[in-house]
Design a protein around this ligand. Structure first.
Ligand code: SF4
Length: 220
């Protein structure tokens, strides 16, 4: 294993949605595209081009790499707005002090989702470490509805980020996949066919063993 193998920030969002989902992605490298994830990926693609734009007084940095050694995470910010502020920090390529404001793009309509807020807050905490600054607020921008939801980066939300990192780290260290708990979130989950959340965990293990055996036979 690498000396420093950061947890992808997007994995925190999956973990906050469902810890089992994060474990299936981390330990079993499962991924399945649903209509929702495909739409999100296409909408994201449109904004996911690294570039710098000036909009009025603000400079917009798209697709900014972020990481935190202290937290052990890394990822990308969809957009970091840099607003001129004499009390702000220095950012690369900008020759005046700025206040940073991260914005995460999501498809669909405006809704409050804790997993998105955790992802945004983790990005902000990386920016704070990288640029020695404080970021009290960010926003989630809903592409389909063109609505922007401001998110205060509270102490409670930051503690949730740290706790989610701890949970994902434990999953990858122990290779433990939590049992499924069937609920409304499963209906929208692209992994439900692999996860089989309505089966008892003993049946899930049995099905997994059968699938692994079948793969081994095919490979012979
Ligand atoms: S189907 Fe349900 S339990 Fe399984 S990973 Fe998805 S959200 Fe979690």
């Amino acid at each position: 294993m690498d000396e420093w193998e950061p947890i992808p920030i997007s994995r925190l969002s999956h973990a906050a949605y469902c810890l089992r989902r994060a474990a299936l992605l981390t330990n079993e490298q499962l991924w399945s595209e649903s209509a929702d994830t495909a739409k999100g990926r296409l909408e994201h693609k449109r904004v996911h081009t690294a570039r710098v734009e000036r909009r009025g007084e603000a400079i917009l940095l798209y697709e900014t790499d972020v990481s935190s050694i202290e937290l052990g995470i890394s990822g990308k910010c969809d957009c970091v707005e840099a607003h001129g502020d004499p009390l702000g920090c220095r950012a690369p390529g900008i020759d005046f002090p700025v206040r940073l404001y991260p914005v995460e793009y999501k498809h669909g309509k405006l809704r409050e989702e804790e997993e998105y807020e955790i992802q945004l807050c983790a990005q902000a905490m990386c920016l704070e470490e990288m640029f020695h600054t404080n970021i009290p607020e960010g926003a989630i921008y809903y592409i389909s509805s063109h609505r922007r939801l401001p998110v205060p980066l509270s102490r409670e939300l930051r503690e949730r980020v740290v706790e989610t990192i701890r949970q994902v780290d434990e999953i990858r260290k122990t290779f433990r996949t939590p049992a499924a708990v069937f609920g409304p979130k499963c209906v929208r989950c692209s992994l439900r066919e692999s996860c089989m959340p309505q089966l008892k965990s003993s049946s899930q293990d049995y099905c997994r063993r059968l699938a692994a055996d079948a793969k081994a036979v095919i490979a012979e």
